[in-house]
Design a protein around this ligand. Structure first.
Ligand code: ZN
Length: 350
């Protein structure tokens, strides 16, 4: 059975609503992975793909992400998702079940503490030095890290530490964190109070909670609009399918009846003759030919023969034409004036 809202639900679960978040275990950050012959630190895309599988699979319940869903959720390229999955499989972070898109997290999540990263951040743009920009994966990690302190009121408002502290926790270099902070300051997403160039000098970092709140609301609202479009498209598709099936059925019934009638030799010949006569009569009529009367007599005879044969086969001429279920819209769903017909059932079932 076709569910009208099925793809809308899937859209939500796939992260299309932007309202979700992913948990990235600190234990897998900075892990080194082998990729072919090379070994290097796990990249942002790999972290995200592993974390999504970690977040969405349980002990006995694998998660089923398609590549497309992961691409959409984290704005990743197709090749990046494919590479990340391959690396995750090769390095035993995840396992594939016997179903194609089902994965289980099998890596070491350590003490299970994790960085919480909200999905919408991958889809938001911020004004950075006069340019609308998406944040990079590292910038999002750093911002999410600071945000986790700001949301937790018991820590006071903000993170107290230094770039180096952040770098250690997120297994990044201090230089990378410094660059990320530069963007976050420029975008007015984060502020630093006090100087903190090294571990001994502590500063307080705060995020711009108002801007984050506004951006989140905007992104989720925009996704909801898209979601409604998806639902509308589903309903439209279901309606079109319903009418297409009705028309097919009516057509098929008529064709079956005609085939039954034409199985009779005399009927078939009479029908052929009548078709030929139709053309000849039209010609004779147009040119005022004297043969017209005779052609009409022959035509009548052929038609009588067809009727007789039908009668003998227990068929009526009515059986041979297409009968639509709805006389008003001829099973198109639309009235001649273009308005929708009211014959569509409430539940969409035939
Ligand atoms: Zn109708």
């Amino acid at each position: 059975m076709y569910h009208a809202a099925a793809s809308a639900i899937k859209y939500n679960r796939s992260g299309g609503s932007h309202g979700g978040f992913v948990r990235i275990p600190y234990a897998i950050m900075g892990k080194r992975v082998r990729s072919g012959a090379r070994e290097r630190k796990m990249g942002g895309a790999q972290l995200l793909v592993c974390a999504a599988i970690y977040s969405y699979s349980g002990a006995d319940k694998p998660c089923d992400f398609t590549y497309r869903e992961l691409e959409k959720r984290y704005r990743l390229s197709k090749s990046s998702v494919a590479r990340s999955i391959r690396t995750a499989l090769e390095n035993n972070f995840v396992e594939r079940t016997d179903k194609v898109h089902e994965y289980k997290f099998t890596g070491d999540a350590g003490d299970e503490t994790f960085l919480c990263v909200e999905d919408w951040m991958y889809h938001a743009t911020f004004l950075v030095n006069g340019e609308e920009k998406y944040l990079t994966k590292n910038e999002i990690f750093v911002l999410s890290y600071l945000n986790s302190f700001c949301r937790n009121k018991s820590n006071g408002a903000g993170f107290r530490g230094s770039d180096r502290h952040i770098a250690r926790r997120l297994s990044m270099s201090a230089t990378t964190v410094g660059k990320c902070m530069g963007t976050l300051y420029a975008a007015r997403l984060a502020f630093r109070f006090g100087r903190a160039k090294n571990l001994s000098e502590l500063a307080t970092y705060r995020v711009n909670e108002k801007l984050l709140r506004e951006k989140r609301a905007e992104l989720v609202r925009r996704a909801k609009g898209k979601n409604a479009d998806v639902k509308d498209a589903d309903v439209r598709a279901a309606r079109e399918r319903y009418y297409a099936l009705l028309r097919d059925e009516a057509q098929r019934r008529a064709e079956q009846m005609n085939a039954r009638a034409r199985a009779d030799f005399a009927y078939r010949e009479a029908e052929k003759k009548m078709r030929k006569l139709d053309i000849e009569i039209a010609k004779a009529d147009a040119h005022g030919l004297p043969a017209l009367a005779e052609l009409r007599r022959e035509h009548d005879a052929a038609r009588r023969m067809m009727m007789e044969r039908l009668d003998a086969m227990n068929l009526t001429p009515e059986d041979l034409v297409v009968h639509h279920r709805c006389m008003k819209c001829s099973d198109t769903g639309f009235l001649p004036n273009g308005r929708m017909c009211d014959c569509y059932p409430k539940d969409g079932k035939q």
